[in-house]
Each structure stands twice: as C-alpha cells, then as structure tokens.
Design a protein around this ligand. Structure first.
Ligand code: NI
Length: 171
C-alpha cells in the first residue's frame, strides 16, 4: 500500500466529472487500498479518487467510531438510486478543504448501488453519518464540493480562509 497526495482546493481536477470504471481489476483494488491508507492517515472518514488525482468513479469510507473496529468500505461506480424527502443538516469538512467546516443540508437517508472490490453489484441503505458521507463522496465524482451546497457568501468566506491557511502552510 502507498500513501497518496491529497489535492487541496481550488484545483480544476476537483471540479471535473470522473469517468465510470469499466472493470474492477487489481489496479482498481490497489487504488482503493491506497486511498484507504491515505484516508486513515489524514485522518478522515471518506475519500474520493479525484481527491488523489484519479478521475475515476471510486470512493472509500469508514464511519466506524474511535472505539469500534474499522469498517472500511470500497465502492466502485456508486450511484444514488433513492433519496428520502426528509432532509438533515450535518456539519461537514473535506480533506481537500482542510480546517474548514460548515452545515450542509442533504436528504436524511439514501440508497446507493455500487460494485464492490470483486465487481459484484451491491446496495447499501444509509442514514446518519454514513448517508452524509456517501453523498459527500459521490458528489466529488461529479466535481461537486460541500461548499457548493452553501450560499455564495458562505462559500467565498470558506475559500478565502482556505487560501490563508494554504499560505500559512507554505510559509
Ligand atoms: Ni470531501
């Protein structure tokens, strides 16, 4: 396994729609292992392939609590096939937008269809943190960041703070 570099916003790669994976092979399995290692090291609860510069529809996540056994999830070509009318507000952050958080409103529950690491089609129904995380990561595959769900005013504020943070890291 290898740790990958996480792309920080703003970056055109993060705004680009990722392409479908044609075949779940060793290359994709290695990518998902590397993404999980990168996510755990960050640390974070989810990571999408575009965040490591790979424009393919692959996400990994693990929403297990600190005192729980890890529950890594690997999803290829994930697709939201149902979303609840009920909405929920949750605070979100992103490894591509470090040190920034904001409340985002999304459907409270979703059903996601995907291919697992063996290429088998599966479905997962989720609410709570997993639902938030799945929607956030699938957004990344369409070039959408959590700040894109905010008002322009709020988004600009976060992007300005991020630019400042980037400068302070470079100094
Ligand atoms: Ni993110």
């Amino acid at each position: 396994m290898a740790k990958l570099n996480i792309i920080i916003a703003p970056d055109p790669v993060l705004k680009t729609k990722a392409r479908k994976v044609e075949k779940v092979d060793d290359r994709i399995r290695k990518l998902m292992d590397d993404m999980l290692e990168t996510m755990y090291a960050a640390p974070g609860v989810g990571l999408a392939a575009p965040q490591v510069g790979v424009l393919e529809r692959v996400i990994v996540l693990d929403v297990a609590g600190k005192d729980e056994e890890p529950r890594p999830m690997r999803l290829v070509n994930p697709e939201i096939v149902w979303a609840s009318e009920d909405l929920a507000v949750a605070q979100e952050g992103c490894l591509s937008i470090p040190e920034q958080w904001a409340d985002v409103t999304r459907p409270a529950a979703v059903k996601v269809r995907y291919l697992d690491e063996n290429g088998t089609q599966r479905e997962v129904e989720a609410d709570g943190l997993l639902a938030v995380c799945l929607q956030h990561e699938i957004d990344h595959l369409d070039g959408v960041l959590f700040v894109d769900h905010l008002s322009p005013l709020k988004r600009n504020m976060i992007m300005r703070k991020l630019a400042k943070w980037k400068k302070s890291q470079a100094a």
